[in-house]
Design a protein around this ligand. Structure first.
Ligand SMILES: NC(=O)c1ccc[n+]([C@@H]2O[C@H](COP(=O)([O-])OP(=O)(O)OC[C@H]3O[C@@H](n4cnc5c(N)ncnc54)[C@H](OP(=O)(O)O)[C@@H]3O)[C@@H](O)[C@H]2O)c1
Length: 303
């Protein structure tokens, strides 16, 4: 199966590249530099719709995986045009080219398409109502790819973390080294999801020829940011990744104002994955596995 992986430098893109390396894979990054040895990579700015279309039609892949996105949730509030270009117009162009090339498209979306007022896990068909520009741009991307007529899998994920990029795990470990006390929001709950799990779920959905449409690719269970921070420091101490943990203070979101509003309740129902026979780990097990797998890389980052 020939795969074109777009955006191989991000958290999820890198894990996909690592997983698919050795298979028939062409990756793209903005710079053209391969994310890891042994992966053939070309430069692509997905804002260039002409280049995007030519690449897909020249490459003639069986599958295009779009791991690129504009993910700066707060900055999106003042960069709406760019957010929509990357999160909606570019995926729309990818889907159109995939339809022409006869390729399946995998596209990622987010829990931020929901407003967080639910109190039971959001299903793939729950009503959407994004709170900010990022969520609206991602929803516009979902609508565009699903309406394109192409064979599209939309994987909504949430609270993604790993050893690369900007994420809560790395931020906590960095701040924990710099400060004695950290104030962490305790009234937003979600499903912390490692990037490796998103890549694994993607590969398994493709292997199982999963039905087109929306799928939720998150871990099981739920926790607040504060609870996740507690788990991070307890486990990092146990593993000897850090020598001391900061004092954690739970705070309400109102005490940590941000340009973009976030949903209070971001829990997605990943039962659809389980129904397809995909093992969906509890968030705590997934986190422990991440430290087993990537503890050395994190230790190097903490240097
Ligand atoms: N992170 C989360 O917590 C989260 C939560 C829910 C859903 N998601 C969704 O999951 C998917 C993967 O997210 P992620 O966390 O892996 O994102 P990420 O780490 O921010 O990576 C995004 C990638 O997109 C690339 N990109 C941005 N603009 C581009 C452009 N104009 N042309 C080409 N590439 C461009 C970036 O390239 P550079 O490396 O050059 O900047 C980066 O490699 C996205 O669809 C995201 O919306 C993420």
């Amino acid at each position: 199966m020939k795969t074109l992986l777009i955006g191989a430098n991000g958290q999820v893109g890198y894990e996909l590249a690592a997983r698919l390396a050795g298979a028939d894979l062409l990756a793209t990054t903005r710079s053209g530099v391969a994310p890891l040895d042994g992966v053939t990579c070309v430069a692509l700015d997905v804002g260039d719709r002409g280049a995007l279309r030519s690449l897909i039609l020249d490459c003639r892949p069986d599958v295009v995986i779009n791991a690129s996105a504009y993910t700066a949730v707060d900055r999106a509030e003042s960069e709406s045009e760019l957010a929509f270009r990357i999160n909606a117009e570019a995926p729309a162009a990818m889907a159109t080219a995939c339809l022409e090339a006869g390729a399946r498209l995998v596209h990622y979306s987010t829990d931020y398409v929901f407003d967080g007022t639910a109190r039971s896990p959001y299903r793939t068909d729950s009503a959407v109502s994004p709170l900010g520009v990022y969520g609206r741009s991602k929803r516009a991307g979902e609508v565009a790819v699903l309406a394109s007529g192409a064979d599209v899998l939309v994987l909504r994920t949430a609270w993604v973390y790993g050893t690369r990029g900007q994420n809560f795990l790395r931020t906590m470990l960095r701040l924990g080294r710099e400060r004695d006390e950290l104030r962490v929001v305790d009234d937003q709950v979600g499903c912390p999801t490692p990037a490796w799990f998103v890549a694994a779920a993607t590969a398994q959905l493709l292997e199982r020829a999963a039905p087109a449409g929306i799928h939720h690719a998150v871990t099981r269970g739920q926790v607040s940011w504060f609870g996740f921070a507690e788990a991070i420091f307890v486990t990092a101490l146990e593993r000897g990744l850090i020598a001391r943990a900061p004092t954690l203070v739970p705070i309400p979101s109102s005490a940590y104002p941000t340009p973009a509003r976030r949903p209070d309740y971001s829990v997605l129902d990943s039962g659809g994955l389980a129904a397809l026979g995909i093992d969906v780990p509890d968030w705590r097990d997934a986190f422990r596995h991440t430290l087993d797998r990537d503890g050395d890389a994190l230790a190097r980052l903490l240097g």
